[in-house]
Design a protein around this ligand. Structure first.
Ligand SMILES: Cc1cc2nc3c(=O)[nH]c(=O)nc-3n(C[C@H](O)[C@H](O)[C@H](O)COP(=O)(O)OP(=O)(O)OC[C@H]3O[C@@H](n4cnc5c(N)ncnc54)[C@H](O)[C@@H]3O)c2cc1C
Length: 73
């Protein structure tokens, strides 16, 4: 679980080469195919190209940009 019930997906600042794909809360099965593709592209190509997952960065909490979701618990 994360504070906004959305995944944390992507690199962790200050820890080179460490990617997080976790915290899917109540919708991890639904998000799994896209998350897998996104993180595979990050590893191989340096960034997610198929889907923009920048809003799922762990840094969003420090920036006060948690995602408000009204459709999915
Ligand atoms: C009641 C409930 C209902 C849900 N309903 C839905 C739904 O309808 N639709 C949907 O899309 N999602 C649903 N989800 C959410 C979905 O199940 C999760 O988001 C998803 O399973 C998370 O997948 P994961 O692989 O990231 O983590 P997990 O499935 O939690 O896998 C993590 C694995 O890591 C292992 N592990 C933990 N610590 C260690 C360690 N130190 N060393 C080695 N292994 C370790 C655990 O044993 C586990 O096997 C529901 C979840 C719950 C609890």
């Amino acid at each position: 679980m994360t504070p906004d019930h959305h995944a944390v997906l992507g690199p962790v600042p200050g820890v080179p080469g460490f990617l997080v794909v976790s915290g899917f809360s109540g919708h991890g099965v639904m998000h799994a195919p896209a998350a897998g593709r996104a993180v595979a592209e990050m590893i191989v190509r340096g960034k997610s190209q198929t889907v923009d997952v920048s809003s799922l960065s762990v840094e969003r909490f420090a920036r006060g940009e948690a995602i408000h979701e009204t459709m999915v618990l």
